[in-house]
Design a protein around this ligand. Structure first.
Ligand SMILES: *[C@@H]1O[C@H](CO)[C@@H](O)[C@H](O)[C@H]1NC(C)=O
Ligand SMILES: *[C@@H]1O[C@H](CO)[C@@H](O)[C@H](O)[C@H]1NC(C)=O
Ligand SMILES: *[C@@H]1O[C@H](CO)[C@@H](O)[C@H](O)[C@H]1NC(C)=O
Ligand SMILES: *[C@@H]1O[C@H](CO)[C@@H](O)[C@H](O)[C@H]1NC(C)=O
Length: 292
């Protein structure tokens, strides 16, 4: 199992993660690559929400909140090209539905990311070209509704044990000792953003993460930022945003929490590996445009 860090064109990619698991690596001559599983997150997008004192309205963003931007489309297109090149000796450049499967979560931005990725991975060649002026071909992206998606959606809904562990995390001394140093800062942030302190300091509701993310997106796209959003403040928010991700899986009963969420997808991938070891199966690559 191997994790590959893509050469990131810029920090914009920091929200796009990319993992390739390979069953057998080509490293030694006797070994034969049998199967590849790819998991990625969407590319650059517009903010998910704004906060009460935000300088920008949803209508100022093309297509509104939570949508893949042109930058995001380009990122995923390049990712597709990268994988095409990397696996040129493994994955036929002619699209074959028996060899290839792609699934996305049910969000515009993850579906569009999958589509952009496919444009880079499978531009039609020779007999698959259907319009010489458009080197693109339709390839099905499989989707199940959010409520029933037990593979890719995060958080997995209807997991009472995970909810319980999340609540325990918030009150755990491990977590509290990490958030305490930020209490004054959170109070200031509540005033600045117009959000309620009681909501802001519960990091797993993602209010703080979203606020940081909104400023981050606005900055990247050259939208004006509020005067209080100095580099120092934004850096501190970034630390807290990291802490909110950490509170999901990085502190307190980390193994059990990870198993109940990402563990489900890991299990699916491991089963695909087992099936791939059976050489009668034709599927060579499974791609997941995951998360939210
Ligand atoms: C790739 O696909 C084409 C068309 O189906 C086929 O003729 C060719 O043999 C395949 N190449 C490999 C290396 O499997
Ligand atoms: C977790 O805490 C929230 C807020 O206090 C509460 O509404 C919810 O019922 C709790 N869930 C569990 C599973 O304990
Ligand atoms: C923002 O401004 C910088 C500097 O002028 C420029 O390089 C960059 O392309 C702009 N970004 C966007 C998304 O317009
Ligand atoms: C391999 O695949 C064949 C055909 O799908 C199936 O009958 C067989 O049980 C599989 N073997 C293993 C070990 O999974």
């Amino acid at each position: 199992m191997r994790v590959i860090q893509l050469p990131n064109p810029s920090r914009i990619l920091c929200f796009a993660f990319y993992i390739i698991f390979t069953l057998l690596q080509q490293a030694t001559a006797e070994r034969e690559l049998k199967f590849v599983a790819v998991v990625f997150r969407h590319g650059d997008r517009t903010p998910i929400v704004n906060f009460p004192t935000d300088l920008h309205k949803e209508s100022e963003w093309p297509q509104g909140f939570g949508q893949l931007t042109k930058t995001g489309m380009q990122q995923l297109y390049e990712l597709g090209q990268y994988v095409r090149k990397r696996y040129s000796n493994f994955l036929n450049s002619t699209y074959n539905r028996k060899e290839f499967y792609i699934q996305s979560t049910d969000y515009d931005r993850t579906i569009m990311s999958a589509q952009s990725y496919l444009s880079g991975l499978f531009p039609p060649t020779s007999s698959q070209i259907w319009n010489p002026e458009l080197l693109w071909q339709p390839i099905p992206v499989h989707i199940v509704p959010k409520a029933t998606d037990r593979r890719l959606h995060f958080p997995l809904s209807d997991c009472p044990r995970f909810d319980e562990l999340q609540n325990e995390t918030q009150t755990s001394s491990e977590f509290q000792s990490r958030i305490q140093p930020y209490m004054d800062f959170l109070q200031t942030m509540a005033v600045n953003t117009g959000l309620e302190l009681n909501h802001l300091k519960i990091l797993d509701n993602f209010q703080l993460w979203n606020t940081y993310d909104t400023l981050y997106c606005e900055g990247i796209h050259n939208y004006s930022l509020p005067v209080w959003a100095t580099k120092d403040v934004v850096d501190k928010m970034e630390k807290l945003a990291e802490l909110s991700l950490l509170s999901l899986f990085g502190v307190y009963k980390t193994e059990e929490k990870s198993r109940l969420q990402g563990g489900v997808l890991v299990n699916i991938i491991l089963n695909s590996f087992k099936q791939a070891a059976n050489s009668s199966r034709e599927r060579k690559m499974e791609v997941y445009s995951a998360a939210v």
